[in-house]
Structure formats: C-alpha cells, structure tokens
Design a binder for this molecule. Structure first.
Ligand SMILES: NC(=O)c1ccc[n+]([C@@H]2O[C@H](COP(=O)([O-])OP(=O)(O)OC[C@H]3O[C@@H](n4cnc5c(N)ncnc54)[C@H](O)[C@@H]3O)[C@@H](O)[C@H]2O)c1
Length: 315
C-alpha cells in the first residue's frame, strides 16, 4: 500500500513511518522540519521537505492510497508564541491535505485530533460528550474535525479523526519542552534533576505508548469506514503524575523526589484524562497492549543504547 505521512519526521509520524516501512508498505513523508528531524526516519522512506500548505509540495508525492495527516503545530504553548501562524498551520494545512486527498482519490485519510478538545469533561472521556475547547490548540483540532465532517460528506471521502490521549515513546527528543511528561521526566531524572509537578500531583493522564497508536492506524486503514468517524486512542488507565514519578524511579532503581510547585497555568488546566475505549474497541477491534511500566522500560533501555540529547526541558 502507498502511505503518505505528513509530519512524518516528527514523534508520532516517524514511529508510524518506520513501522509501516518495515511491514513492506511504500512510505512517503512530507515534513518541513520545523520541529521533526530526518534522523528519526529509517532508510527506505522517501522524505519530501516542504510545507503541507503548499499544494506543489503535496503534489511531489506519488498519489497515495492512504494519507496519515500529522503535520501540525503540535502543542498548546506554540499558540501562545504565534497564534495566527499556528492556527494557519493547523487549519489551512488541514484543508490543503484534504483537497489533495480528493484530487488524488485517496482511499482514506486518518488524522490527529486531540483529547484536549474534551477540556475538563468528566472521565472517562467519550466521543459523544459535548466538547467546548478551552485553548487555541484544541480550537484548531476541533476545527479540523468539523472541516473533515463536511469534507467527507461532500466528497464521499472516508476520514478518521483520532483523539489521542497523552502519547509517549521513542523519538521525542526533538520536541524538547513540548514532549510528553513521561519522556521529559526520564530525561531530567537521568541527569539527577527533580521532576517538577504542578500542584499536588493528583492530576491524572492516560499515558499511551506510541506503539499502541500505530496499531490504531493499522486497524483504521483496513477497517470498512465510509464517512467521518472520531475515535479515542488511549489505554483507559488514569495514572497520577505523582505515580508516574514513582514508576520511573522504580524502573531506574533510584529515588529522586519530585518538586511540587503552584500550577502556573492560569485556566483550563486539565485535571483528569482517561479514555473510554468502547467505540474504538467495538468498531476497530483496538486494544492497548503496552503498559506504562513496559513503555517506560523501553525508553530507559533505548536511551542507554543511544542517549540522544533532548532539545531542552520544561523544568
Ligand atoms: N504527542 C501527543 O501526545 C499528541 C496528542 C494529541 C495529538 N497529537 C497530534 O499528533 C500530531 C503529531 O504530533 P507529534 O507529537 O508527533 O508532534 P511533532 O511536532 O513531533 O510532529 C509534527 C511534525 O509536523 C511537522 N510540521 C509542522 N507543521 C508542518 C507543515 N506545515 N508542513 C509540514 N510539516 C509540518 C513538524 O516538523 C513535525 O515533524 C500533531 O498533529 C499533534 O497535534 C499529539
């Protein structure tokens, strides 16, 4: 199968690109390297450098069967630095990719929405809950969902939006301070730094291995989907940030205490995150396979073999 992955040099994209390439698919990546790095990609993957908002860049790719659209301003703080640039990236980029998908008659488009659209809805989070995004990142992803719904209906194009929970895994070093807490805590604690926790550490996250995400992509590619669908992807386990530090300490056989500070995020901070997986398990047959302990052990082992220097930390 010919698979085009936008943002494929980034964290999630490179894990997907490498897996699909190893499985024998023909994988092309488009990335402008605004954050991702070509070193994340294994040999055999065609990498086109450029911006997805530029149709002439998209047209350089051999017409794909499947498009996995991940190129985006991928974190809420990026919208504080450059609001119009980040909104343009996520909304105009999304429209360009969908127009391209229709032009080349792609069979299906999968793209990254986010669990951030749920804001502080009660957990477990369900796709049927009313969502009112409370930050511009979530606004941009909710816009992508709504644009996709109309696009799918107008053009008969199967489009799948994934609301990822908190994803961690290999190849996050380029994200630095934008990376998931799991990775940032591991990097800091490797240097003996105390992980900094906002508030009392009882806030929970559904920490999800990127390998489980890639398995969700695989299932969606082969599934019989005709219109627009939204699926949560997570583990359905809520782990407190306090417990996360304990797990990393246990896996590293150390006892670095956390530092607790007043939460500096003025409003909209997400207190609890936990996916309800009924829809994705029923329709796609998805089941998470990587426990947080196993995922953390993988990262610690990989970093012993190849200690790539992260692009900074948020603490
Ligand atoms: N990591 C998570 O926990 C998480 C959770 C929910 C949703 N997402 C979404 O998943 C997707 C991938 O996120 P990630 O964590 O891999 O982040 P990432 O920043 O590592 O990946 C995004 C990639 O897109 C590239 N890019 C950005 N704008 C581009 C453009 N206009 N044209 C071409 N390339 C461009 C960047 O260089 C980067 O390589 C994003 O859409 C993000 O919003 C991520």
């Amino acid at each position: 199968m010919k698979i085009l992955i936008t943002g494929g040099a980034g964290f999630i994209g490179s894990n997907a690109a490498n897996t699909f390439s190893q499985q024998g698919h023909s994988v092309t990546v488009i990335d402008n390297f605004s954050l991702g790095v070509p070193e994340n990609l294994e040999p055999g993957i065609l990498c086109i450098e450029g911006d997805v908002r530029d149709m002439s860049v998209l047209k350089k790719a051999d017409a794909p069967d499947i498009i996995i659209h991940l190129a985006a301003s991928s974190s809420s703080p990026m919208f504080t630095v450059d609001l119009s640039g980040a909104l343009s990236n996520n909304i105009l980029g999304h429209i360009a990719v969908l127009e391209y998908a229709v032009a080349v008659k792609a069979k299906k488009v999968l793209f990254a929405s986010t669990s951030s659209v749920y804001a502080n809805n009660p957990v477990p989070l369900k796709e049927t809950q009313e969502v009112i995004p409370t930050n511009f990142y979530a606004v941009s992803k909710y816009a992508q969902e709504n644009i996709s719904r109309v696009f799918s209906a107008l053009h008969g194009m199967p489009i799948v939006a994934f609301r990822f929970m908190s994803v961690y895994g290999p190849h996050e070093e380029h994200k630095g301070a934008f990376a998931n807490l799991v990775s940032q805590f591991i990097w800091g604690m490797e240097e003996g730094k105390s992980p900094v926790i906002y508030g009392d550490g009882t806030q929970t996250r559904d920490f999800t291995s990127v390998h489980d995400l890639v398995s969700a992509f695989e299932l969606a590619i082969t599934a019989d989907i005709s219109g627009f669908e939204i699926f949560n992807v997570g583990t359905s386990e809520a782990v407190s940030v306090r417990d996360l530090v304990d797990i990393i300490n246990a896996e590293r056989e150390v006892a670095i205490p956390a530092t607790f500070i007043e939460n500096p995020i003025p409003s909209g901070y997400i207190q609890n995150q936990q996916a309800d997986l009924s829809k994705i398990s029923t329709i796609l047959g998805y089941a998470p396979r990587v426990s947080l302990q196993t995922g953390i052990r993988e990262l610690i082992t990989l970093r012993k073999e190849n200690p790539i220097r992260p692009q900074g930390l948020s603490f």
